[in-house]
Design a protein around this ligand. Structure first.
Ligand code: FMN
Length: 419
């Protein structure tokens, strides 16, 4: 049979979204090594061929299941063409997927093929159930891939008693208490950072953005002033503590040492947040856009980092609000009007303004064609049209545009429910 090596536990659960009635009452069964004749027959499903066995019985067989030479084929495995009759709403376990069809087990234990398009997987995303096989994972964080507890990428700035500054990356960091506002990070007493904190009683947490991610990962090959110089960062005095702030970071937390705790080989530092600073425009942005503008970076294993850009409203996720998965694609088309450098700069100012307002997703000129494209967030097609009209390229006649509402197909929406 088709899924000979599978068991019910190996499969994933799916829901039948359109009933299916088995088309053949006496389907073909094939044994590995059996010789078959391939006959021409039309089907809407690619990857399937009509085979006839030695007794003259015909049936659809996945092309991959045979070795074919012209109209002669030899079966590479056991196979049966049994189809399953299912009703809308039935829950099935899928053991195998093959060229538009699924080999499934029904709740009464009967097995057979049904078209993939008549089902949707039951996944975490649609909240109807979960079919997840778990396997053991190392408890040693050094062996983690992926990281199960990613932390924010930060630069902790300190200085020693002699006011000599130091900056070091830290990602084992999180809040420890609301009142008084306290954060904690884990380090080592051997580090200059922790030594400085014990000496001066203060430190600043500087949030790293994506433009600084690579140099933050790479900077630990240098130390002290050398590291600061090689990173190309500059420091300024903090408002309430003696440690400096990293100018290039978009947000800072000024902390006063409250306590430390040794945990195994780790040295945990608790700091009370006595002041916080955030780039002004970030605070003016709508809630979801604040995160995109902060452009915070999260440490992942294997030389990877993640960007916190896609803040998702919990309510929208619950209600699947319309528009959550919609973006607008503006294709810019060149006219005969010549471009000037000043005009390009005005266009870029427009893009930067969209970005600041959290409206810009992606933009750029085509490499192999005149014109370019911008993908924007908007509440309606009209608003996206207004965004396109406001582009100086369009306003000044150097480009026209085409606008499309675009539905995202992504992991998060289970590829529009079809993943
Ligand atoms: C991305 C990244 C994250 C890091 N996170 C931590 C951390 O959370 N705790 C820690 O003790 N060291 C961490 N390190 C290692 C220290 O930054 C490294 O030991 C550094 O040299 C210490 O510098 P210092 O002696 O100037 O304090 C991290 C390094 C990188 C590149």
């Amino acid at each position: 049979m088709s899924g000979a090596s599978s068991s019910k536990q190996d499969g994933w659960r799916a829901r039948v979204t359109a009933s299916y009635r088995a088309a053949y009452t006496n389907p073909i069964h094939i044994r590995k090594g059996e010789k078959l004749e391939v006959q021409p027959k039309e089907t809407e499903y690619t990857g399937w061929i009509w085979c006839v066995n030695g007794t003259g019985k015909g049936g659809w067989v996945p092309e991959r299941y045979v070795e074919r030479a012209g109209n002669v084929a030899v079966a590479l495995r056991d196979y049966e063409a049994t189809e399953l009759s299912v009703q809308i709403g039935d829950e099935i376990v899928v053991l195998e997927a093959e060229s538009g069809w699924l080999w499934c087990v029904a709740s009464d234990g009967s097995e057979g093929w049904i078209p993939t398009g008549n089902t949707v997987p039951i996944t975490l995303n649609n909240h109807k159930g979960v079919a997840m096989k778990k396997v053991a994972f190392p408890i040693n964080k050094k062996e983690w891939a992926p990281s199960l507890i990613p932390g924010p990428l930060t630069l902790i700035s300190t200085c020693n008693r002699a006011k000599e500054p130091n900056v070091a990356p830290k990602s084992w960091l999180q809040m420890a208490a609301f009142e008084p506002p306290t954060l904690m990070f884990s380090g080592s007493k051997q580090n200059t950072t922790e030594k400085n904190i014990l000496e001066t009683g203060c430190f600043a947490v500087n949030l790293v953005d994506s433009s600084m991610a690579a140099k933050t990962y790479g900077c630990i090959e240098w130390f002290g002033r050398d590291r600061i110089g090689k990173m190309g960062i500059t420091l300024s005095p903090a408002g309430k503590i003696g440690a400096p702030l990293v100018d290039q970071c978009r947000a800072h937390l000024e902390c006063v040492l409250r306590s430390t705790k040794e945990v195994g080989g780790g040295f945990v530092v608790f700091g009370e947040i006595v002041a916080a600073l955030v780039r002004e425009d970030i605070l003016a942005a709508p809630p979801e856009d604040k995160y995109r503008l902060l452009d915070q970076v999260v440490f992942l294993e294997n030389g990877l980092y993640a960007r916190v850009r896609d803040a998702c409203p919990v309510q929208a996720a619950k209600d699947e609000l319309p528009g959550r998965w919609t973006r607008y694609v503006i294709t810019l088309i060149r006219t005969d009007k010549p471009m000037t450098e000043a005009l390009v700069r005005r266009h870029v100012t427009h893009l930067k303004d969209l970005d600041r307002r959290g409206r810009l997703v992606l933009c750029g000129p085509f490499q192999d064609h005149k014109g370019g494209m911008a993908i924007v967030r908007a509440d309606s097609l009209d608003e996206a049209g207004a965004i396109a009209e406001a582009d100086p390229f369009v306003k000044e006649g150097a480009e026209t545009y085409e606008l499309r509402a675009w539905e995202l197909s992504c992991e998060e929406n289970n590829h529009m429910g079809m993943g």
